[in-house]
Design a protein around this ligand. Structure first.
Ligand code: CTP
Ligand code: MG
Length: 229
């Protein structure tokens, strides 16, 4: 069984506003439902766990029933940082004995089902795979306002989600990071925890359309994109 984990318990401070961004409407539908729909229709996903602010769990349960999704949903309380939300979800789905878990930000609604399947298939082969896009800009490492060095652009990729892992591997990586006292706020994606274990992680080429809605500018861009998606 393959389980999607959708972290949706953030407060959206960089976007601002009262309502956390994952609940803002795009074309009349909350962003999180655009995202959930992609996982509902992806044939490689068997169940979906969503980490939510505690205050939203009951309402979200009702909204999911109203929208007649067919896959089993597990609603989990989120944690202080994103990585805490992921760990809560991993622990909550232990009883399902998942083979692969696929983590995907609630605020990346433009993911394609074929890209979800592609990372799952690579993770089945080697244990872990993430969607990423090659960098087009030349990247400079800067110290105190001065260029320290230029990185080899051919080796630089921008990590996105989904990120897929064998369940046991991601759970172990999360537990190890906590035992080693890695600060939660530094755990900005899931693959870096698996990197710490020295396990191989494959790159699957993603699409620039798979934006993460982070700032007000991203939200404006998403409003334009949704009309042609
Ligand atoms: N997230 C989460 N639990 C947290 C923090 C974040 O589940 N404690 C989720 C967000 O809801 C989002 C995803 O992780 O779907 C990516 O995080 P980010 O874009 O940083 O969202 P926020 O943390 O909400 O935004 P900000 O950092 O601007 O406050
Ligand atoms: Mg955040």
């Amino acid at each position: 069984m393959n389980v999607a984990i959708i972290p949706a318990a953030g407060s959206g401070t960089r976007l601002g506003g009262k309502l956390p961004k994952q609940f803002l409407p795009l074309a009349g539908i909350p962003i999180i439902f655009h995202t959930l729909l992609r996982f509902e229709i992806c044939q490689d996903i068997d169940a979906i766990a969503i980490a939510l602010p505690v205050s939203e769990i009951v309402e979200m349960g009702d909204a999911i029933s109203e929208r007649a999704f067919h896959k089993p949903f597990h609603l989990v309380p989120g944690g202080r940082e994103r990585s805490d939300s992921i760990l809560n979800a991993l622990e909550a789905i232990a009883g399902l004995s998942p083979e692969i878990v696929v983590v995907h930000d609630a605020v990346r609604p433009f993911i394609s089902t074929s890209d979800i399947s592609a990372v799952i298939n690579r993770a089945k082969e080697i244990g872990a795979a993430i969607l990423a896009i090659p960098t087009v800009d030349t990247i400079k490492e800067v110290e105190d306002g001065l260029i320290a060095r230029t990185l080899d652009r051919r080796k630089i990729y921008r990590a996105q989600t989904p990120q897929a892992f064998r369940y046991d591997l991601l759970l172990k990586a999360n537990q190890a990071a906590r035992e080693d006292n890695v600060p939660s706020e530094l755990m900005t994606d899931d693959s870096l925890l698996v990197e710490r274990l020295g396990a191989p992680i494959a790159i699957v080429n993603g699409s620039p359309d798979n934006i993460k809605i982070t700032t007000p500018e991203d939200f404006k861009l998403a409003e334009k994109m949704i009309s042609t998606f």
